[in-house]
Design a protein around this ligand. Structure first.
Ligand code: HAM
Length: 427
């Protein structure tokens, strides 16, 4: 036998038993996002490598070691997108969407990072991202947080996720803080683990993110970014927290929340859960007022977030979320040539007349018994049975497969109304 080929490590197939939960999650997210007036933008999966280097930052884990980068046949340096914000900003600048305008946008799709795969962390994963451009105030930061909360509500996850927020201030404020932090950490350089020592000069704020246990006392004693924020940054943050309180959104202030991408300023936030082990963040984002100009556009304030779909799916599965919603409503059993020809046309008519009906017609034939086995396996609620007898009389039998009830025989012309009534279609 020929050798089989496997998928790439960390890149997963989503099999039919799982896709209905994905569709459910996507539908709730889309409806919720649309209900706030956000519009979809579709972006390429591949961009120039330089885009990510200049936006996410050279000294981040993503750019340093996680990107799928390659030279294409023209010798251009390209990268499979590790996230969506950079591409969204690139598109906004390229198509003149940003200057002096406001835009509320969303996108979805696969992202790629060469991380060490484990539960909740993959090399191809999916995000739904939301980005708002042209709005400076904390009211839009609050709107995004409320929007995300409404998605959790729609999924029955309200109260299961904790909102952590912080302010990273302006780049100038952060630069002063960075100096103080480096000085503090350099004093205890021997206590730093290898990663933190490497980051000390390239990206010292990320040291605060270290999960290494021996580092925790040092991190706890580090200077606080909040103490370095100026009046405007503090006022922005306080207006945001006031709005969250008014709207009844519980939050935790986490002064050590720094995020793994360099483009943030002021508000940053993450929705975390303690039900997924180490990969606790299911949604993350913040303000990135400097990024548009950094990428060559005119200065435009911006804020957004992205949901990690796999993590949300894991959480929903763990909580016993809805599955199997895509089984057919009915399975049409046909015995005999006349019945098969008639059944085909009847099935076509039903699908046309009853939008939303999932009707599977038997293929392959065989005895009534073997067709019933297939009907049962399909998960259908009803079998429609068309034998030679029924075909001769333009009748059809309807048999419930998953609920009590007798088999009934109807005229084929009555079937659409009957199905509409029992499936409550059009309610
Ligand atoms: P991020 O924190 O890098 O932010 O990713 C957002 C979310 O994507 C994470 O919270 C997580 O749920 C999910 N995620 C990230 N990496 C993986 C992975 N390897 N496997 C599974 N899930 C993963 C961003 O990407 C920003 N672009 C978010 C943003 C939008 N900020 C402003 N606008």
């Amino acid at each position: 036998m020929a050798k089989t080929i496997q998928a790439i490590r960390g890149m997963h197939d989503i099999l039919p038993g799982h896709t209905s939960l994905w569709q459910h999650l996507e539908a709730i997210a889309r409806q919720t996002i649309a209900s706030y007036g956000y519009r979809e933008i579709r972006l390429p999966v591949v961009e120039k490598t330089e885009l990510f280097q200049r936006s996410i930052g050279e000294a981040t884990d993503i750019v340093e070691k996680e990107m799928y980068s390659f030279d294409d046949r023209n010798g251009d340096g390209l990268t499979l997108r590790p996230e969506g914000t950079a591409g969204c900003v690139r598109a906004g600048i390229e198509h003149g969407l940003l200057y002096n305008q406001t835009h509320r946008l969303w996108y979805g799709g696969p992202m790629f990072r060469h991380e060490r795969p484990q539960k909740g962390r993959y090399r191809q994963f999916h995000q739904i991202g939301v980005e708002a451009f042209g709005l400076t105030g904390p009211d839009i930061d609050a709107e995004l947080i409320l929007l995300s909360r409404r998605i959790w509500e729609g999924l029955g996850l309200d109260g299961r996720l904790e909102l952590q927020i912080n302010s990273l201030g302006s780049p100038e404020e952060r630069a002063v803080y960075r100096g103080a932090l480096v000085e503090y950490l350099a004093d205890s350089e021997s206590e730093l683990d290898e990663d933190s020592r490497r980051r000390l000069h390239s990206n010292p704020l990320r040291v605060l993110d270290s999960k290494v246990p021996s580092m925790q006392p040092l991190i706890a004693g580090a200077p606080q970014l909040w103490d370095y924020l100026g009046g405007e940054s503090r006022a922005h943050f306080e207006r945001l927290t006031d709005t969250l309180e008014t709207a009844g959104v519980a939050y935790t202030f986490n002064g050590r929340l720094v995020r793994g991408l360099d483009y943030y300023s002021k508000t940053v936030f993450e929705w975390v859960t303690d039900e997924l082990g180490a990969q606790a963040t299911v949604c993350a984002g913040g303000r990135y007022d400097g990024l548009v100009s950094q990428l060559g556009g005119r200065a435009t304030p911006a804020v957004g977030f992205a949901i990690g779909m796999e993590r949300l799916i894991l959480l929903l599965e763990q909580l016993g979320g809805p599955t199997g919603g895509d089984a057919p409503h009915a399975y049409l059993v046909v015995v005999g040539e006349l019945a098969r020809a008639q059944g085909l046309l009847l099935a076509e008519r039903l699908r046309r007349d009853l939008s939303g009906l999932r009707l599977m017609m038997d293929c392959g034939g065989g005895s009534m018994k073997s067709q019933f086995k297939r009907a049962d396996k399909s998960g259908a609620r009803f079998a429609f049975i068309l034998g030679e007898d029924e075909a001769a009389r333009a009748a059809i039998a309807v048999k419930p497969l998953r609920e009590p009830g007798e088999q009934r025989v109807l005229a084929q012309d009555e079937l659409a109304d009957h199905v509409r009534a029992v499936l409550r279609m059009g309610d």
